[in-house]
Ligand binder design. Structure first.
Ligand SMILES: [Zn+2]
Length: 567
């Protein structure tokens, strides 16, 4: 086993030093079973671009239903359990003896001997949400032993199993396709591409704004600029592409595995998704066109590296992947996009270098914020402290403020919501119209994409409200002095189901009691549902039971529901 481990570590080392092309694992050496015993179909793959992160695993479809048995893929021991109303929902982590950890998320439930361990922890902590580790070999499982049932718990968009393979030692997620034979004969598709002239350093078709180009596909898998017309450009220009992979007999879209860019046959950019680190997953926002994502929810891959993009998934970058058009000639640009199985798609276009004056850019009152240093924006009503390394590039920061009768502060525009922020910044905003004695009923809120306001934080200090945020955009102080609502939805089959909601700051935490003892009430955030299942181990059937549910919002307002239920 030691030998195996050393070999594995060696593979990892070679991976990080010669990333990404040498990444190889021997499927036969690992011999992993599938976690499900139904036909394998995927609704998501590794490295897919998701909101603020790369997808860390693969999503197995479960025939649109929950409660399919889920099995350990190899011998090992349970190293961690998680239960949460969001995120992974019910999740099991199993450490194997080959350097891998497997993760099974959004489960409906655990098999009884595992569930009893989790329930003991939940009662000990008096919390539905738990996340705890177990010592080596305390709870052993065998290859293909059932560990739970598939579900749709946590932040899941439909019944499926989210499955990850991690390097046990670094906890980095690995592309599970290294370990499984899953057929894919369908190549990626290209929907469009963009060119991004660098501010004050480049022009595309005579303009300094980014530009979208339509594609056509004269031969299968070989795309080009529509009409095969050369694009006029000058200076420093970035390329972006909108592309997804597909699989046989499925309507889903998947992330591509690698993208290379060649100019006149020479590679200037390569990106490959074999593994990444959770510490860096948020740099996904520097890989995509974040403005496009914010406005249209479409994920455009940027085939150049912004100065503060720390992702390790690049190789062979020349000029950080930017195209340098500084000669009056034709440049042949080729993008080669592959899925994990090597199915290949190309996008070709030509750029005509047309020498021209690149106009200077006026920044008005904007404040230059260099990405590598801490930046503070401050006036008498606001202090915004942005830690070093929070921007992916230098930002000319714009600020504006206006009065608003409905808020308990001025409304502050902190630059634009279309510019991503990597780290949490501290925001202090002065309270105006301050009449409440309980200052925690005030909260800082941020305008969302749908023009509603989302709670950000409600700490109070010396006339200011304080919050941490990782988004730019419009901020105001609002008030929440209304309790959440609790509605009894059904009492059925020993289940008591509640619907809970809070229109202002949102539901924060809750506690359920049966006959005045803390009881395990399950919470599903996406459906605003809290469920209690009568517990045969702890209650006597055939009685009237006193049920109590207390729900708090983020500003501390409390709602109480009490009733007698026969079970
Ligand atoms: Zn997933």
């Amino acid at each position: 086993m030691l030998l195996l481990m050393q070999r594995f570590i060696f593979i990892i080392l070679s991976l990080s030093f010669f990333l990404p092309i040498t990444a190889q694992f021997d499927k036969n050496q690992y011999d992993l079973a599938f976690p499900l015993n139904i036909p394998i179909e995927l609704s998501g793959n590794f490295g897919e671009l998701r909101s603020n992160h790369f997808h860390a695993g693969i999503d197995f479809k479960t025939q649109q239903v929950i409660d399919k048995p889920v099995f350990s893929v190899a011998d090992g021991y349970v190293s961690r359990f998680g239960v949460s109303p969001t995120g992974y929902g019910h999740v099991i982590y199993i450490n194997h003896y080959n350097g891998l950890t497997s993760v099974y998320a959004h489960l409906e439930s655990f098999v009884p001997f595992l569930d009893s361990i989790v329930q003991a922890k939940q009662h000990e902590e008096r919390s539905f949400a738990v996340d705890f580790t177990l010592p080596k070999d305390e709870v052993k499982v065998r290859r293909l032993e059932q560990i739970g049932w598939s579900g749709n718990t946590g932040s899941s968009g439909g019944p499926h199993v989210h499955f990850e393979l991690r390097d046990t030692y670094t906890e980095e997620p690995l592309n599970p396709f290294f370990f499984y034979d899953i057929e894919d004969t369908v190549r990626p598709r290209v929907n469009k591409f963009l060119l991004y002239p660098v501010s004050a350093e480049g022009l595309v078709e005579g303009a300094s704004r980014k530009r979208t180009f339509i594609v056509e596909q004269p031969q299968a898998g070989a795309y080009r600029h529509k009409g095969n017309v050369a694009i006029k450009a000058w200076g420093r220009v970035g390329l972006g592409v909108h592309s997804y992979d597909y699989m046989p007999n499925a309507n889903n879209i998947y992330g591509v595995h690698s993208v290379r860019v060649l100019v006149d046959g020479n590679e200037v950019f390569m990106y490959q998704m074999d593994r990444f680190s959770f510490d860096k997953t948020r740099y996904m926002n520097a890989f995509i066109d974040y403005e496009e994502w914010y406005k249209t929810r479409s994920m455009m891959m940027q085939l150049f590296r912004l100065p503060n993009n720390r992702l390790d998934n690049y190789a062979n970058l020349v000029n950080d992947g930017y195209l340098l058009i500084n000669e009056e000639r034709t440049y042949a640009v080729e993008t080669i996009i592959k899925d994990f199985h090597g199915n290949t798609t190309t996008l070709k276009f030509s750029i005509q270098g047309v020498k021209q004056e690149i106009p200077k850019v006026e920044h008005g009152n904007a404040v230059l914020m260099p990405y590598e240093q801490e930046n503070v924006f401050e006036n008498t009503d606001i202090k915004f402290t942005i830690p070093a390394g929070s921007f992916y590039d230098n930002v000319y920061f714009n600020y504006s403020v206006r009065n608003d009768a409905k808020s308990f502060s001025d409304v502050h525009d902190l630059h634009l919501p279309t510019v991503p922020l990597h780290n949490f910044a501290e925001l202090r905003m002065r309270l105006k119209n301050d009449s409440l004695s309980d200052k925690n009923k005030y909260y800082i809120a941020r305008k969302n994409r749908l023009n509603g306001f989302d709670y950000v934080g409600n700490e109070y200090e010396d006339g200011f409200m304080i919050a941490k945020t990782r988004e730019l955009g419009q901020y105001a102080i609002l008030l929440d002095n209304e309790a959440p609502t609790i509605r009894l939805a059904t009492v059925n089959n020993g289940h008591v189901v509640f619907k809970v909601s809070d229109t202002q700051s949102g539901v924060s935490h809750y506690n359920g009691y049966v006959n005045n003892d803390w009881a395990l009430f399950k919470y599903d955030r996406k459906t605003n549902t809290i469920t209690y299942k009568f517990d045969r181990m702890r209650l006597e059937k055939g009685n009237v039971h006193h049920i109590e549910l207390r729900v708090f919002d983020k500003c501390g307002n409390e709602a109480v529901y009490q009733n007698q239920v026969w079970w």
